[in-house]
Design a binder for this molecule. Structure first.
Ligand SMILES: [Zn+2]
Length: 112
């Protein structure tokens, strides 16, 4: 159990890597910082704002306080990708998109 998590919006003074999607957070971009303690260890996780939304959606849906990128990915996949025309027969994205940064998913999130 984590002793969850302080969350705040910060402006990047340098480039960072997003904890969820592992792509770059650009310098001067606003991002979300999760700080807290997990199993006795302090952590700071930096996230794109949309990646933070993915996590919140996942946590709310499952009534959880913890996540791993793998769990969130699985959740998004079930929710969005199974209906997507670009999913091939091997359950892979034909466009080879990073699921957390997929424009179609982000668009659908905004529409919800
Ligand atoms: Zn991200």
């Amino acid at each position: 159990m984590s002793d969850f998590i302080d969350s705040k919006k910060v402006r990047a003074r340098k480039e960072h890597k997003c904890h969820l999607c592992s792509t770059k957070i650009e310098k001067k971009e606003f991002y979300i910082m999760h700080s807290g303690r997990w199993e006795g260890e302090w952590f700071n996780n930096r996230l794109h704002e949309t990646c933070d939304e993915h996590i919140r959606d996942y946590l709310n849906h499952h009534e959880e306080t913890e996540y791993t990128p793998e769990f969130v990915e699985e959740y998004l996949f079930e929710k969005y990708c199974t209906e997507c025309p670009f999913l091939n027969e091997d359950d892979e994205c034909e466009l080879d998109k990073n699921i957390f940064r997929c424009d179609d998913i982000l668009q659908k999130m905004e529409d919800e």
